[in-house]
Structures are given as structure tokens and as C-alpha cells.
Ligand binder design. Structure first.
Ligand code: NDP
Length: 503
């Protein structure tokens, strides 16, 4: 039996009794001077912090990333500088739309966020288990997420909201097709891939740069639930993926992923069939073969969920020299929004929370003070720059090379090079098996059956534009007139919306 330790209050006072409140007489009211009770209750009253507005439910683990191929001709990032080099990581997986207590098996994309604790500061790769996204302009993001959350009047989830938005946003068809395939219900967090989805920039010392996309391919193999299995799991064990990750690491069965990169020179990107800034599109492997460059292994569970997982804060703005962003509008907005959310959730000094600290390159700057500044706050060092008293100074070689820009500031419609239906159609026709297609149709029909007719019709026209059979099968499942769907598919989106307005 370990040596007894005296219980103490938050301020170190030894506690004499933690079971009986201080009362006036045996059956009298509680005394205001029971400061032990007051402290305990007021801390309890403040236990919850705001949950993330997206990716609220998650699970995380520590591990390492190991470089397995020489990529120094593409990037000067120190953590990628030598084959065999290992960097500590913390990874958080999550669902997107559900609240903190929602079920892990819900149909939803999955977040796949990696924090690399590099010697040049933290580098965060905030990806998803899908290589594309529903929209490609951040002005649409809050609206889109509202459709995945709860209806204002009823506080219920609403298939109508979701399909209304998607049917009015045809660029969503590629991601909708992945979401309603069985990849929308991964069996565990270990059995799914992680993609950067966005295009990022890698650059070298000489100023040469490349456009890149990250693909973390699961070494456990892809494993998904069918729609029915997922629904059953939501009831049986709402935390099944959290449990699976924890248990497998606890028993030494460490999950791993192989990092493959797709890399394009700026010249190749100019000529490329697809717009590399359009997050609703992939770079087909036949056109940009992936290069295997590393391995990600998770081998240590957190010791305290709140401290290490709930308070973990990832942001695509956490970059290191050698890695930059692309002008993908969605990515540009995330550079603001993630950091902004964490300040709201955790306060302006959230970088001091141990899981978020850049532990292999300590902060050294002139930022001071703020709520919960709990380190030495820079001690007695100057808090301004330039100054004549300290050795801390910027070093130009850490700046990203010049970024060529041109054009007038305006609200441009996305100038995509190809229509929004080809890649979704290719996925349906060429990548999915017959069983995948059957699941896709069953999942969509099940979800859409209560949705108003005009929304069903508009959406089926979009399925039809991706692939005629795809559109026909969903229409048939919903009992729609296929001739009408075909006619709607032949119209512009504006005409379709106006034609179906009164249906
Ligand atoms: P490829 O045949 O070279 O690659 C197909 C990719 O699709 C593989 O990465 C595979 O991932 C993934 N995949 C397999 N089954 C499914 C499914 N049911 N749902 C979603 N993805 C699946 O083809 P292309 O590169 O030419 O791409 C064709 C289509 O494949 C794309 O339009 C896109 O929808 C999808 N895709 C493409 C990716 C890319 O980066 N090029 C990445 C993921 C999907 P895995 O190896 O893990 O089985």
C-alpha cells in the first residue's frame, strides 16, 4: 500500500473532512463559511470549456513520424531533412458535426490532425479522412456547418437542411459521394487514411518551390461499417472508436500510417488538368504518382483526456520554414479560424498548455501578459523590439521566399478548370466496386427519403450529372420520375432551382 497523502485544497490547505458539509446544528442549513465546499462547487461549476464548433468529439495519442525517403530537394524543413530522422507527434482524430458526447460511428468525415514537435517549432497538419471537401469558398463554411448541426426550431438534426444545401451547392457532389459511401462510416480511427485535402507549398533554401498534397495511408488497411453496422454501433457503444484507439495502443498494437506525397512543380501545376486550389478535386494518381516519404506511428496514450486531448489545439497556421500554404481560399480562412477558435476555447496563452507547447523549440519573442500567462512571462527581459539589451532577433533566412501575386481585389467566382461532376463520376464508375455502389445508393436513399420533393429532384439531377446510372438508381430508390430528373440534369443550376421551386 502506497504512503498516504493528505488531501489539500486548490491553495494547499490540508482538508479535514470531504464528506460532510459544515452546517448550523445537525439538521440546520449549510454555513457560508464552509470554504472547502464553496471552492469545490465553484470549480465544478466551471469545469466545461466551450466545445469546438466543429470536430468536438475526438480521441488522441502520441507517437512519432519517421522520414523514409530523401525529400531535401523539395523542402528545407528540418524535421524532413534526413532519412531515418524521427519527430515526436500528437495526433487527434475526430468526427466533424457531432457534439462532444455524440457517437463515434455517425456518418461524417473524420478529422485527422497531426502536431509535429519539430526543432523549428510545431508543425500542424490538420487533415481529414477524405481527400476533398464539400465547398471551396470559406464564406460558405458557417452555413454548411449549420446544416450538419441542429435545426433552429426543433434542435433536431435535419436531412432536409443537409440536402437542401448540397442540392444548391453542386460543387459538393464529390465529397457527398465519399461521405455516403461506406468510407463515411470508418470502422475505427485506425482503419482510415488521412489527407491534407488542401494543396500546400514545400520550398527549399534556393527559393525553389513545389505544390504538395499529403496522404497518410493506413497500414491497418481500410475497414468501414455498412450503414446498418454504423447505426447499430451508435447505440451499442457510442465511444467505440475512442475505445479502440486507446485499447490497441494500451496492448502494444501500435497503429501506423505511410505518408505518400503528391508533388507538382509550379510549371506542372499551370499545365495541370485540375485546379490545384480547388479542394473539391483530387490529383489523379495516374497523373501525379505519389512518392512514399515517411511513417507515422502512434505508441502512447494520453494520461489525462481533458489536459491532453480536449485542450489540444491544432492550426494550419502552425508552419515551419520549408512548408508554406497555397492560396486555396479554404486554407487561407482556416489560417485565421483555427487559432481564433482556440483563443475562444482556451485563452490567448493556449500555447503554454503542455500538449500545445513547442517543446523542441521554445518560444522566444516579445509577446507578454494576457489571461492565464502561467510561465515566467519572459522574466525581466525587454518586452519590445528593436531593443539594445537582448540577443533575441529575427533571422531573414527563415522567411518564406517572395510570393508572386497579381490581379485586382474582387469577389471572384471560382475559376475551376473542369466541371464538378467528372471526378465524382470517376469515383462511382471506376473506383467503387459493385458492393460499394450498392451501399452508396442504400445510404443515400435511406437518408433522403423524407426530404421535400424539390430537393430530391435537384439532388438527383446532380447525381445524374456525375453518372447517369448513379442518378437513375437514387431516383428509382426514391420513386422519382426519371424523365423529369433527366430533364432537370439538362438545365443550368439556376434553371433547375427555378423549375423545382414549387414542387
Ligand atoms: P486511383 O485508382 O489511382 O485511386 C483511387 C483512390 O481511391 C485510392 O487512393 C483509394 O484509396 C481510393 N478509394 C478506393 N475506394 C474508395 C471509395 N469507395 N471511396 C473513396 N475513395 C476510394 O484513381 P484516381 O487517383 O484517378 O482517383 C479516382 C477517384 O478516386 C477520385 O475521383 C477520387 O474520388 C478517389 N480518390 C482519389 C484520391 C487521389 O488522391 N487521387 C484519393 C482518394 C480517393 P485506398 O488506396 O486507400 O484504397
Amino acid at each position: 500500500m502506497s504512503k498516504k497523502k493528505i488531501m489539500k485544497s486548490a491553495f494547499g490547505r490540508p482538508v479535514g473532512n470531504d464528506q460532510n458539509s459544515l452546517t448550523a446544528g445537525e439538521r440546520g442549513p449549510v454555513l457560508m463559511q464552509d470554504v472547502h465546499l464553496l471552492e469545490k462547487l465553484s470549480h465544478f461549476d466551471r469545469e466545461r470549456i466551450p466545445e469546438r464548433v466543429v470536430h468536438a468529439k475526438g480521441a488522441g495519442a502520441y507517437g512519432y513520424f519517421e522520414v523514409t525517403a530523401d525529400v531535401t530537394k523539395y523542402t528545407k524543413a528540418a524535421f524532413l531533412s534526413a532519412v531515418g530522422k524521427k519527430t515526436d507527434v500528437f495526433v487527434r482524430f475526430s468526427t466533424v458535426g457531432g457534439e462532444k458526447g455524440s457517437a463515434d460511428a455517425e456518418r461524417d468525415p473524420r478529422g485527422f490532425a497531426i502536431k509535429f514537435y519539430t526543432e523549428e517549432g510545431n508543425y500542424d497538419m490538420t487533415g481529414n479522412n477524405t481527400p476533398v471537401f464539400f465547398i471551396r469558398d470559406p464564406l460558405k463554411f458557417p452555413d454548411f456547418i449549420h446544416t450538419q448541426k441542429r435545426e433552429p426550431a426543433t434542435n433536431l438534426k435535419s436531412a432536409t437542411m443537409a440536402w437542401d444545401f448540397w442540392s444548391l451547392t453542386p460543387e459538393s457532389i464529390h465529397q457527398v459521394t465519399i461521405l455516403f459511401s461506406d468510407r463515411g462510416t470508418p470502422a475505427t480511427y485506425r482503419h482510415m487514411n488521412g489527407y491534407s485535402s488542401h494543396t500546400y507549398k514545400w520550398y527549399t533554401d534556393t527559393g525553389e518551390y513545389f505544390w504538395v498534397q499529403y496522404h497518410f495511408k493506413t497500414d491497418q488497411g481500410i475497414k468501414n461499417f455498412t450503414g446498418t453496422e454504423a447505426k447499430e454501433m451508435c447505440g451499442k457503444d457510442p465511444d467505440h472508436a475512442t475505445r479502440d484507439l486507446y485499447d490497441s495502443i494500451e496492448k502494444g498494437d501500435y497503429p501506423s500510417w505511410t505518408l505518400e506525397m503528391q508533388i507538382l512543380t509550379p510549371e506542372q501545376a499551370e499545365e495541370f488538368e485540375w485546379d490545384i486550389l480547388d479542394i473539391t478535386k483530387v490529383w489523379p494518381h495516374s497523373q501525379v504518382p505519389p512518392l512514399t516519404v515517411g511513417k507515422l506511428v502512434l505508441n502512447k496514450n494520453p494520461e489525462n483526456y481533458f489536459a491532453e486531448v480536449e485542450q489540444a489545439a491544432f492550426s494550419p497556421s502552425n508552419l515551419v520554414p520549408g512548408i508554406g500554404v497555397s492560396p486555396d481560399k479554404m486554407l487561407q480562412a482556416r489560417l485565421f479560424s483555427y487559432h481564433d477558435t482556440h483563443i475562444h476555447r482556451l485563452g490567448p496563452n493556449y500555447n503554454l498548455i503542455p500538449v500545445n507547447q513547442p517543446k523542441n523549440s521554445m518560444p522566444l519573442n516579445h509577446q507578454r501578459d494576457g489571461l492565464m500567462r502561467v510561465d515566467d512571462n519572459g522574466g525581466g527581459r525587454p518586452n519590445y523590439w528593436p531593443n539594445s539589451f537582448s540577443e533575441i532577433q529575427p533571422e531573414g533566412k527563415n522567411e518564406e521566399p517572395d510570393i508572386p501575386l497579381s490581379g485586382a481585389g474582387s469577389r471572384y467566382e471560382f475559376a475551376h478548370r473542369n466541371d464538378d461532376f467528372v471526378q465524382a463520376g470517376n469515383l462511382y464508375r471506376h473506383v467503387m466496386t459493385e458492393a460499394d455502389r450498392d451501399s452508396l445508393i442504400t445510404n443515400i436513399v435511406g437518408h433522403m427519403k423524407e426530404v421535400p420533393l424539390r430537393i430530391q429532384l435537384r439532388q438527383c439531377a446532380i447525381f445524374y450529372l456525375a453518372d447517369a446510372e448513379y442518378g437513375e438508381r437514387v431516383s428509382q430508390g426514391l420513386g422519382l420520375d426519371i424523365n423529369l430528373v433527366q430533364r432537370l440534369a439538362g438545365m443550368s443550376q439556376e434553371q433547375r432551382v427555378s423549375e423545382t421551386a414549387d414542387m
